[in-house]
Design a protein around this ligand. Structure first.
Ligand code: SF4
Length: 223
């Protein structure tokens, strides 16, 4: 995709889905951020959301934070109590141990605060590139590109990147997309992926990007 097409894409997505605040996306993470504006809760919710549906993340996060609202209280909680509260999410036992471990490290090494850099976040257990980038964008408003399944799928379909894994997509997007677009890209593509470019049955007939979309030209049109 060339720069002109990318500008058209972003202008169209912004016109369609803005104004929205990053804190008001239709995702569990967006709702947690909107309610709390707390990087710690964004971090913990993002860990809970790994391989889990949004509504389950929502439920588990609310139950957890109602009882344990910060790093100190989670660090001192029993594993059985945390597990019970986050039971709606997949792998809840491992995640209970993971978030307590993270909370303890935040307390001992960062005074209970969440670090603001990608490299420091990556050093935390249970934190990979997507989680670190979510915390930076949604917790701190720092430009990065969190790559979830929507961003990975749509970027490849459109032809912005040609990659096999979300990690490769993240690197390719941050290299090829101007920084001015980074902070909104995740939120816009998630909305676009939920409503138009769905995982199964994308609504290509009502999409404005057909003329340059690689998937449309190579798969749908030839279909
Ligand atoms: S044309 Fe189809 S595949 Fe391409 S971006 Fe639009 S909805 Fe997705």
């Amino acid at each position: 995709m060339n720069r002109k097409q990318l500008d058209f894409l972003m202008a169209d997505l912004r016109r369609r889905y803005l104004p929205y605040r990053r804190h008001q996306t239709d995702t569990a993470l967006g709702r947690i951020t909107a309610e709390t504006e707390d990087p710690f809760k964004v971090l913990i919710s993002t860990i809970l959301s790994q391989r889990t549906r949004d509504e389950m993340t929502d439920k588990a996060s609310h139950q957890l934070f109602a009882r344990y609202p910060d790093a100190k209280s989670i660090a001192n909680a029993s594993l059985s109590s945390i597990s019970h509260l986050i039971k709606p999410v997949g792998f809840y036992r491992q995640k209970a141990a993971g978030i307590r471990n993270v909370s303890r490290i935040l307390l001992s090494e960062y005074g209970g605060e969440v670090p603001r850099t990608f490299d420091e976040l990556l050093k935390l257990p249970s934190v990979g590139p997507k989680t670190a980038n979510c915390v930076l964008v949604y917790g701190f408003g720092i430009p990065r590109i969190p790559v979830d399944t929507h961003v990975h799928r749509i970027s490849n379909r459109l032809g912005i990147v040609k990659t096999k894994t979300p990690e490769q997509t993240e690197a390719a997007l941050m290299k090829g997309v101007p920084e001015e677009y980074w902070i909104d890209l995740n939120g816009l593509l998630v909305r676009f992926g939920q409503s138009v470019c769905r995982p199964i049955g994308p609504k290509c007939g009502e999409c404005n990007f057909r003329r340059f979309c690689r998937y449309y030209k190579t798969v749908v049109k030839r279909g």
